[in-house]
Design a protein around this ligand. Sequence first.
Ligand code: APR
Length: 247
Amino acid sequence: MTAITDIAAVGAWLRDARAIAVLSGAGMSAESGVPTFRDAQTGLWAKFRPEELATEAAFRADPRRVWDWYASRREMMKDVHPNAGHHAIAAFQQRHPGRLTLITQNVDGLHQRAGSIGTLCLHGDIFADRWLDTPRNCCHIDHAVAGHPPYCDRCGNLVRPGVVWFGEPLPYATLEAAQQAARTCELMLVVGTAGAVYPAAGLAQVARQAGARVAIINPAASDLDDVAHALLSGTAASVLPALLAGV
Ligand code: APR
């Protein structure tokens, strides 16, 4: 069945849905000034090779380069603000407590800064530090010696960004909760993701197979378009306020 493109129809689905899930990706934060990953030219992976910066092996091979790259992204993310899309979701959650589960692939914290509650962060948090190796009694993150990256002066353990790198498992409880939300929602909004990275992208299929309607918000085609009942061609900060404000 061909996907519809009528925002009013999706609005009606939204009004009828008792349980809603939102799956967001980098496009959600694009209008806040955070580069996406795969957009041609502007995407991070158009400039950098993910295997050289977003894997544990890359960090062990060149800790300074990887740490400094994440540190520069953190600095950039401190200077940006949630956009109208982030605010529309947070406001909907405040108007309808417990009705919308927000699942994000983003590590920028902008959903939380917009006021969203209980955001399921599948790929971690760029502002959260943790130890590279299992911490010993001597490893106290607050006492790590400053450096690129900071380290434990007793055992040399390195501090790494609290994000999920390629090849690493997602946080178990968070993924479980996200899959539960996908299995039980009546409508899933998929916002600003290319749908290229699993298991996150698989949540749309889980929702559809469980009988939910799936609506995609993206100005371009994505790998999940054939899973969608509706394709709303537009940006997060323009479509979400229009869609959510009326409910
Ligand atoms: N509004 C909505 N969507 C947008 C906007 C916008 N303003 N601008 C771009 N997009 C869309 C693009 O068309 C693209 O489909 O957002 C998508 C961004 O895709 P990616 O850059 O691949 O980001 P994402 O899908 O979130 O990546 C998944 O890959 O690199 C890893 O861990 C990283 O979480 C990330 C994961």
